[in-house]
Design a protein. Structure first.
Length: 460
């Protein structure tokens, strides 16, 4: 088709999606990166804003013929460089594909385009008894982005992560094939489960154009307990005891004392923790309980309080509604807090719950050995911890990160629990994953995207 000049590219893309939906030349800064702290911005060749699945399929066909890489982008809130552009490629932004196509209260599902944000869906469900429970802590994140990374969040212990709440997808593969997988049913034994394969694939196999999600009933009553501890060993034992007792909190979060103070200060919320308790506490558990009636909630609260006291919690605070909402908001904003404080790397390793104490103790040693400050929070109910590393020198910082990841893998865990691999953690995956499994992943990639045009250099 001859040399692809900038003018020719702009003209071709305008024919596919409309001139107003193409940016070629100076690229707005927001489209040069996501929120991965350790990566530098990259200017793509252009940004394209499709409005339909037909336009997405046409873009893929054009990319194949022109040998142009395509990087899918939702809101750019990812933390691993999954939406980082590639040089000489196009960013496909799904901002215009932001319609809620249907809400079905009988089958308890919603069908949305990939650019719909969590906040949009929550607002649309406000007048119903249902909600979408995946809660990764950033309500401006899109459903398409959540599918790409298999996003989790604070409610994962009770409600699961994205893959437990997505029933079906419409997508376009790297060859331009447009098709569907899954449906509004809760189980299937009808061939390979392409829905689950695509969830967490970070836009490397296909561009998702429609998402069918499962909805959950809202609890009618809830409360939140903040419990202080002198050491993480006691926290770990309390977590196991809560799980073994058959309790299923909607939120079970670990926050280091310094992290809690910073988050509360950042969010402007007072939690009522006395100065005496604050002086001796090194860690806190944040436990949200919910129920369909007050009697059930009261029973859960009594049981949790007894378990906390039995496992050496130094104090427990039952927060009022303002404090509850304020603490959840503060925890949601944890990334922005540590970013503002100068964090260089954020890890989201995951291990079995029984190995949490060993992970935190070992991670502290790894950080200390490399002269790096470590601050931890985490969705400890499901073994997923977020470790922020503070070290301006990238060499010891990345050495500390690698040693912590090695520790997590040695404890039976994995590199990422919910942020994904992207380009930031790709070197770790290549170094730590077994070659046979990597070869299998590459073989799958070659079937869906034989020209390696979808998010190249990410994940694999």
């Amino acid at each position: 088709m001859g040399k692809l000049t900038t003018d020719r590219l702009a003209e071709d893309l305008a024919a596919l999606v409309g001139r107003a939906n193409v940016v070629i030349g100076p690229i707005p800064e927001a489209y040069t990166h996501d929120e991965a702290l350790e990566l530098d911005p990259v200017d793509p060749l252009g940004v394209v804003f499709p409005a339909s699945a037909d336009q997405v399929a046409a873009l893929v066909h054009y990319a194949v013929n022109s040998k142009l890489a395509l990087v899918a982008r939702g809101s750019g809130t990812g933390l691993s460089g999954g939406a980082q552009p590639v040089v000489g490629g196009l960013v496909v932004s799904f901002e215009r594909m932001n319609r809620i196509l249907s809400i079905d209260t009988v089958d308890q599902t919603a069908t949305v385009e990939p650019g719909v944000t969590l906040a949009q869906l929550e607002d649309a469900l406000a007048g119903t008894p249902y909600f979408y429970p995946v809660y990764p802590g950033e309500m401006s994140a899109t459903l398409g982005g959540n599918v790409a990374t298999n996003a989790g969040g604070m409610r994962a212990m009770k409600y699961g992560v994205t893959r437990h709440n997505v029933l079906g997808l419409e997508f376009v593969t790297g060859t331009g094939l447009r098709t569907r997988s899954g449906g509004a049913y809760v189980k299937t034994s009808s061939g390979y489960d392409l829905t689950q394969l695509l969830i967490g694939s970070e836009g490397t196999l296909a561009l998702v154009t429609e998402v069918l999600v499962r909805l959950s009933l809202r609890a009618r009553t809830r409360t939140l307990v903040l419990a202080s501890f002198r050491g993480f060993e006691d926290v770990a034992h309390a977590i196991v005891a809560i799980s073994e007792h058959g309790l299923l909190p909607s939120i079970l979060e670990y926050i280091e004392a310094t992290g809690l103070q910073s988050m509360a200060r950042h969010a402007g919320v007072s939690l009522g923790v006395s100065s005496e308790v604050a002086a001796t506490a090194s860690a806190y558990l944040m436990i949200e309980l919910e129920a369909m009636n007050d009697n059930d909630l009261s029973w859960q609260l009594t049981e949790v309080m007894a378990l906390l006291n039995a496992h050496r919690s130094t104090e427990q605070y039952v927060l009022d509604e303002g404090q509850r909402r304020g603490l959840i908001d503060a925890r949601e904003a944890a990334f922005w807090t540590v970013k503002e404080l100068g964090a260089a790397v954020i890890l989201d390793t995951v291990v079995p719950r029984s190995k949490l104490a060993a992970l935190f103790a070992g991670a502290a040693t790894c950080a200390r050995d490399h002269g790096t400050l470590l601050v931890g929070t985490g969705h400890v109910g499901d073994g997923n911890v977020h470790l922020s590393l503070f070290q301006p020198d990238p060499v010891p910082c990345h050495a500390a990160a690698e040693s912590i990841v090695s520790l997590a893998i040695g404890l039976g865990g994995a590199i990422s629990g919910e942020h994904g691999i992207g380009s930031a953690k790709r070197p770790l995956l290549i170094a730590k994953e077994s070659p046979p499994r990597l070869n299998l992943l590459r073989a799958i990639k070659s079937v869906f995207d034989p020209n390696n045009l979808l998010n190249p250099g990410k994940l694999l």
